[in-house]
Design a protein around this ligand. Structure first.
Ligand code: GTP
Ligand code: MG
Length: 195
């Protein structure tokens, strides 16, 4: 994928702030600190367009990035961050419900999980929730650089089983550190963008 331009557009919390140009959107979801913002930067060949942090809970709003004036990446705030109050959790849930329900141009959601660990209860809940809303889901197991190549398949199978993925469901191993899976993910995203 050739990136001619990528720019931050808006941090949105409510539909009034969503872009209105109708361009297709690809959303990135996953627990806090799993590497969503890093994945956006890696796909766009940018160092720090999406703000990353070692501290979980960095991304708190729906952050829209416009690419090639043709489509958006939407960085969705992470779940499973323990230090968030009940009230904040509810606000987060409402924001996501509103976004996933209302969003016509949303073409697919990339759900990130950590290749090193079996999916958490929240990962599984999130996966079912996305399917419930009927959005195509691309599962990405990131931080693959932390697992040696000859063990990656074994870890991948655990995740596929727990998320009940079938062999038809797109599932890609990825690393923002060494670029593993980058081309495959771009191809998969482009496929959903056209459908
Ligand atoms: P929130 O915004 O808090 O939801 O987090 P996030 O999912 O956007 O995670 P972020 O991209 O900020 O990355 C969190 C931490 O994981 C940072 O310290 C990154 O450097 C690290 N990280 C992200 N991707 C990878 C990867 O592919 N491999 C390794 N080893 N570390 C990664
Ligand atoms: Mg982030």
């Amino acid at each position: 994928m050739k990136i001619n331009s990528s720019e931050f557009i808006i941090s949105a919390v409510s539909p009034k702030q969503y872009p209105t140009d109708g361009l297709p959107e690809i959303a990135l979801a996953g627990r806090s600190n799993v590497g969503k913002s890093s994945l956006i930067n890696t796909l766009l060949n940018r160092k720090n367009l999406a703000r990353t942090s070692q501290r979980p809970g960095k991304t708190q709003t729906l952050n829209y990035y416009k690419i090639n004036d043709a489509f958006y990446f939407v960085d969705v705030p992470g779940y499973g961050y323990a230090k968030v109050s009940k009230k904040e959790k509810e606000a987060w849930g409402t924001m996501l419900d509103t976004y996933f329900q209302a969003n016509q141009p949303l073409k697919a959601i990339v759900q990130l999980v950590d290749l090193r660990h079996p999916p958490s209860k929240e990962d599984i809940y999130m996966h079912d929730y996305l399917i419930h809303y009927g959005h195509p889901t691309i599962t990405v197991a990131t931080k693959a650089d932390k697992i040696s190549k000859n063990k990656q398949e074994k870890y991948k199978r655990v995740i596929a089983k727990d998320l009940r993925l079938t062999s038809d469901d797109p599932f890609i191993l990825f690393s923002s550190f060494n670029g593993q899976g980058k081309d495959t993910l771009w191809k998969t995203i482009q496929y959903y963008m056209k459908n």
